[in-house]
Design a protein around this ligand. Structure first.
Ligand code: ZN
Length: 99
């Protein structure tokens, strides 16, 4: 179980901190998971590839405590993302987001 705080990838102003290599891949992965969990029915938003096996397509959903949980059906990797609300990846409050 990967426990991630979304703010880990952001600076004080909410911008993505410069990352390279694996850290950047992890930031990109979590950005995709957050975007999908908050606006998963939007066309054009595709679930990211599993950060572990690179082949599975992860499933993301909001947990009852508002954390985002993701799960890879292929390798069974899973994780939780907290403190994602209000990040630039949070699509839930954008104009036009209502169905
Ligand atoms: Zn996987």
């Amino acid at each position: 179980m990967h426990i991630t705080d979304a703010r880990h990838f952001l600076d004080d102003k909410g911008a993505i901190v410069p990352l390279r290599g694996r850290a950047k891949a992890m930031a990109d992965f979590h950005a995709g998971v957050i975007a999908c969990a908050t606006k998963f029915d939007e066309t054009g938003v595709t679930l990211p590839r599993c950060v572990k096996c690179k082949k599975g397509t992860v499933e993301a959903a909001l947990a009852q405590d508002d954390a985002i949980v993701w799960h890879c059906p292929r390798c069974q990797a899973e994780g939780r993302i907290s403190n994602w609300q209000g990040t630039l990846w949070d699509l839930s409050e954008r104009p036009g987001a209502a169905s």
